[in-house]
Write a protein that binds this ligand. Sequence first.
Ligand SMILES: Nc1ncnc2c1ncn2[C@@H]1O[C@H](COP(=O)(O)OP(=O)(O)O)[C@@H](O)[C@H]1O
Ligand SMILES: O=C(OP(=O)(O)O)[C@H](O)COP(=O)(O)O
Length: 428
Amino acid sequence: MPCSLRNKYLIPTIDDLDKYFGIKGSKILIRIDINSPIKPETGEILDDSRIRAHAETLRELVERGAAVVAMSHQGRPGESDFVSLNKHAELLEKHTGMTIHFIDDVIGPAAREEIKKLRTGEILLLDNTRLVSEEIIEATPEKHAESIFVSRLAPLFNYYINDAFATAHRSQPSIVGFPMKLPSAAGRVMERELVALSKLYNPEERPRVFVLGGGKVHDTLRILEYLHSNRAVDRILATGLVAELFLVAKGVDIGEANMKVLESKGLLALLPRARRLLLKGLPIETPVDFKTLVNDNVEVEAIGSSIKGVIKDIGPQTIKMYVEIMKEARLIVLRGPAGVIEDPRFQDGSKELLRAAVESSAYVIVGGGHLNSIAAKLGLSERPNLHISTGGGALLLFLAGEDLPGLVALAKSAQKFFDKFLKQAALP
Ligand SMILES: Nc1ncnc2c1ncn2[C@@H]1O[C@H](COP(=O)(O)OP(=O)(O)O)[C@@H](O)[C@H]1O
Ligand SMILES: O=C(OP(=O)(O)O)[C@H](O)COP(=O)(O)O
């Protein structure tokens, strides 16, 4: 049965693809999101939650008789977690229980040769899609359909499946270009997210508290502007680098070392937008103390006097203040870690806020690759009042009401290739 998206779009599922076109004997290109937290010093994958989630879809497609080629990005060019997917292939092999062929190429002759050779029942993982320069360009599905990326690969496949809910907010070739060229459908991870988030997130449930942290401050600002403009949130509890930016926007002295961190990541340029949000009355709370690193010693420093050390996590007073606020919430959404969780010394903020949320009476949605790795450490799993989403930014934009480009592209593909199906499954 297709996923109805806010009664606006119909998105075919794997069942629909099999029913109307037939999967047995086909060759399928599937976009998954196995972008995972990586330990900078060793390149080790710190959490394989996303890899485990997508393994189920790959296994199902093989069992339905397809030859399956999977692709994903990992990190962003220039960042420490921008690595090849060879280690991801090993974990996919472990979680699918099947042989995963890996090629250190994406659209070149080596990859295309491996794709052509692939037989029914086999799985091939291509390398990091962001090795292809076109992949980081945001453009329309129609424009990306004509990209070299899509033009090189689309003719080699019968169908395309998008299972990457966590990347559905990116209008990039591997997400929006193929649905214009091939009959396309949502994978099982994508389908589960759409069903859970559409059904379980009741916009009337208030007060709604969003705990926003991590390092993707550009994304988070865009999300905050969206959330604030349509009054989709009652209180925001800022952590991570998001908190540091808003403290500076409030005129708080976070210390020279931390200003340098923000500057090195190009985040000071975002100050005018943060100040504009504050002027518009954004209901955002910011930390009152931090765990910092001073000459490799962990210290707790309160704001007020200039912070001496490098901020690495929120402090105990902030945790206490945020936990009190969460007690009043009916819905709590958490995305992005409170600290530099790659270092075990700085996981307390994320752990304490996650614990308080799930122990509250609120419905809780957790998202983001890094924060989900802490949820996994706490042994948190799906339960009636807890949805652990594979998405982070995608989750928040979906909850804020944005039509994610990846979903719109699947709906457009349905219009193009599934017309009779749409008539039969007409929207209510
Ligand atoms: N105070 C901080 N200073 C520097 N980096 C931080 C801080 N807090 C969190 N981070 C970084 O944020 C990154 C995760 O951010 P993001 O990708 O937005 O989270 P998610 O994957 O959960 O969506 C981690 O690499 C973490 O080290
Ligand atoms: O990890 C992801 O997003 P998230 O950090 O919001 O969870 C997705 O894989 C998207 O990655 P991107 O933000 O580099 O496009």
